[in-house]
Design a protein around this ligand. Structure first.
Ligand code: NAD
Length: 498
């Protein structure tokens, strides 16, 4: 059995205080590795190294760090095939999907290559006679990232390329379900020139996370995961005086207007609801159809298309999507589907009894489509994070938008229409962090920022893009006068510099 430990000081060192957790291949249900779950002493060793490495790394010129990011981007691209297999083997998603997510992550490294430009401050000459003022963005110190199982490459890459380029050191605590790709990506960063103590990976669970949250030497924590844990991370981290950005769960709606093109809507719903088995924080899980005719058309087209999807392992190139990532999660998704039936929704496509020959122990659930879902139902209120789409019928655009706005989660939402006025109203007025018009998964590109509203994000900063730079730096403003001005004597009222 493969043993997986950590990457501390560039070494895959085992530690005396570790507990062991299993890693599975979700397509077969087989255990593929034993993972070390770090205890407090192991995490503190990584923090000590990261703190010691900060002075040298933060003193480097931004162009030096940018050149390392260029080298890192090249290495990531060159090793794409290997990284994609590591993602798919532990998560279950298809190779094409894994490569897409790695590509989106590499785009953040490309963004970080622009760090000399991104760290440029503002300068005001002569704010008083002979006095200039300017600002600097300075790194925070040791930063930590805690990431979920569903994007083992992309979500860590939302964080550490930006943090490192700003001059911080970084400790990544990836999901204990998908540890291999994050470890390999960190090795590649070292190969590109990131010093060994500047980027480290600690595997573990709550004990490792709590150590990071409680240690004064950790200055900032970035988290992505479920809403209850995001809230816990935010409250504990800020109570310990850290800067925290904690992204939580999602229940993304797509409003379908009567003028929308049904074949286009169908493709969009099928891809966004069932891609990656629905295990995406930007998956569409609710289609709000305006008008009975729209709802009937969407139901018929989507249920027909869903029944033709090919569910299978990542090793089968024809698979549209793979298994759920672990057994406990599969059990939870199946129980949500049962609850939907018992609460009165119409299960028009039932993927519960999917059995694949040769993969009987895999965590496969086929596509499920519910019609006549209502806002009081559990399957409407809660995030399922599986291949389950609910259709809600609505009388008007205004009613549909109220549903979007009143849901406690506000990660993403989409509108499908040809009406410019409705589209503009939706973009301007919806209470959602990331919106799409005729785009089902409106994930912002690297040089914009990613983040939801309401209980989908705790904290003030979204990830990567300009918000990433703001999160990983402190602002300093300097007011500078050089000798040459005339002596005026002490001033006892607040200086006006006139
Ligand atoms: P999770 O919250 O269970 O775990 C996320 C991380 O937190 C993992 O590293 C885990 O080890 C750690 N963790 C778990 N329980 C903990 C505890 N009690 N104390 C401290 N740390 C703990 O999430 P998951 O199941 O890995 O991922 C799925 C969730 O992530 C979904 O809710 C999904 O919507 C969300 N997600 C959100 C985004 C976003 O951008 N908003 C992106 C991807 C995933």
């Amino acid at each position: 059995m493969i043993k997986i430990a950590h990457l501390i000081g560039g070494e895959s060192a085992s530690s005396a205080d570790a507990r062991i957790g299993p890693v599975f291949n979700p397509a077969t249900g087989e255990q593929t590795a034993e993972l070390e779950l770090a205890g407090r002493a192991t995490v503190e060793n990584a923090i000590m190294r990261a703190e010691a490495a900060f002075a040298e790394w933060s003193a480097r010129t931004p162009i030096n760090r940018a050149r390392i990011m260029f080298a890192y981007k090249e290495l990531m691209q060159a090793n794409m095939d290997e990284l994609a297999v590591l993602v798919s083997r532990e998560h279950g998603k298809t190779i094409a999907d894994a490569k897409g997510s790695i590509t989106r992550g590499i785009e953040i490294i490309e963004f970080a290559c622009g760090i000399p430009q991104l760290l440029k401050g503002e300068f005001s000459s002569n704010v008083g006679t002979g006095v200039d003022s300017f600002n600097l963005r300075q790194p925070l110190g040791v930063c930590a990232g805690i990431t979920p199982f569903n994007f083992p490459a992309m979500v860590p890459l939302w964080m550490y390329p930006v943090a490192l380029a700003c001059g911080n050191t970084f400790i990544l605590k990836p999901s204990e379900k998908t540890p291999s790709c994050p470890l390999r990506m960190a090795e590649l960063a070292h190969e590109a020139g990131v010093p060994k103590d500047v980027l480290q990976v600690v595997n573990g669970d709550k004990e490792a996370v709590d150590t990071l949250l409680q240690d004064d030497r950790v200055k900032a924590v970035s988290f992505v995961g479920s809403t209850p844990i995001a809230e816990y991370i935010y409250r504990t981290g800020t109570a310990n005086n850290k800067r925290v950005q904690a992204l939580g769960g999602a229940k993304n709606h797509m409003i379908v207007m009567p003028d929308a093109d049904i074949p286009q809507v169908t493709d969009a719903l099928i891809g966004s609801a069932f891609g990656s088995a629905g295990e995406r924080c930007m998956a569409i899980s609710v289609a709000v159809c305006v008008g009975e005719e729209t709802a009937n058309n969407v139901r018929d087209a989507v249920s027909q298309a869903a029944s033709k999807l090919h569910v299978g392992p990542y090793t089968d190139n024809d698979s549209d999507f793979g298994p759920l990532s672990n057994q406990a999660h599969m059990t939870k998704v199946l129980s949500y589907i049962d609850t939907g039936v018992s609460e009165g929704a119409d299960l028009v496509t039932d993927g519960r009894n999917l059995k694949l020959q040769g993969y009987e122990d895999g965590y496969f659930v086929g596509p499920c489509v519910f019609d006549n879902v209502t806002p009081d139902m559990t399957i409407y209120k809660e995030e399922i994070f599986g291949p389950v789409l609910g259709i809600v019928r609505s009388n008007s655009y205004a009613d549909a938008l109220s549903l979007v706005d009143e849901h406690e989660l506000g990660n993403g939402a989409a509108l499908f229409t040809n009406d410019g006025g409705v589209s503009r109203h939706f973009v301007e007025q919806s209470k959602i962090g990331m919106v799409g018009v005729n785009v089902p998964i409106p994930v912002p590109v690297a040089y914009h920022s990613f983040g939801g509203w309401k209980r989908s994000l705790f904290g003030d900063h979204h990830m990567h893009g300009p918000e990433g730079i703001r999160f990983y730096t402190k602002l300093k403003t300097a007011t500078v006068a050089w000798p040459g001005g005339k002596q005026t004597g002490p001033e006892f009222s607040i200086p006006t510099l006139s």
